[in-house]
Design a binder for this molecule. Sequence first.
Ligand code: RIB
Length: 288
Amino acid sequence: MSKPKITIVGSINMDLITVTDQVANAGETVAGTDFETLFGGKGANQAVAASRLGADVSMIGKVGDDAFGSEMIKNFEENGVDTSGIAVEGKTPSGIANIIVSDDDNRIIIIAGANGKVDKMHVDQYTSVIKDSDMVLLQFEIPMDTIRHTLDICKKENVPVIINPAPVAELEREYLSAATYITPNEHERVRLFKMREDGLPEYYEKLITTQGDQGASYFKDGREIMIPPKSVDVVDTTGAGDTFNAAFAVGIAEGMTVEDAIYLANDAAGLAVRKLGAQSGMPMREEI
Ligand code: RIB
């Protein structure tokens, strides 16, 4: 079987990770236990995860003209991701994420930097890459106009596309309908559909909901079916959703059923959370 071609149009961040037993309240100082600078960004994480799982991956995005930018491009190369769609944006810092890891959970603040400059003109340079893809993956860490534009291209060229609406933002119905799959977590799902779960049936066929340690669900014959994960030892959940999305995309692009692709995605995400950092624990295909 030839490798599926997956294109990610999305964000590239350096993650500044603080590990602490205690999260500081306003006006309070606490001592943490560890600090790491590791590769992240929802787009980049999904690109690296899909490549490790055996896909032929192209990344379309931007980094800043700083040391983080060149390190992040090198990281893609080391992970076998095609970087020809990544531009270095002058006089702009690379995207970063401030992450606090505590109690098996995380809190993230992102500063867009170069990710905020991934515009329609940049994406237009890579229309042929998008056209040749078996699957395109989108998240919401680049400008929403660029997301809409990429969805238009996918629709015109008949390329399947997954919208991972994270961090959640408003997207018009016509664009949601253009997606092949929409993959919110349970909180994003409520926000995305504006609390109107009664509007969901229209999207049943597209909707895959990740639900943390409960696993992920999909709809079959109008019923929501939950697929639980295997039990895992959690060190850091950062990037678990990205690994899930990448593995689901790879599974679907390889021709799996939705159910089998969710099993693959649950297994991949379960392995990813065993190490600190979004990309550190992302598995190679043989490990699954
Ligand atoms: O999904 C996890 C990612 O969200 C982190 O790597 C961080 O960069 C933020 O984009």
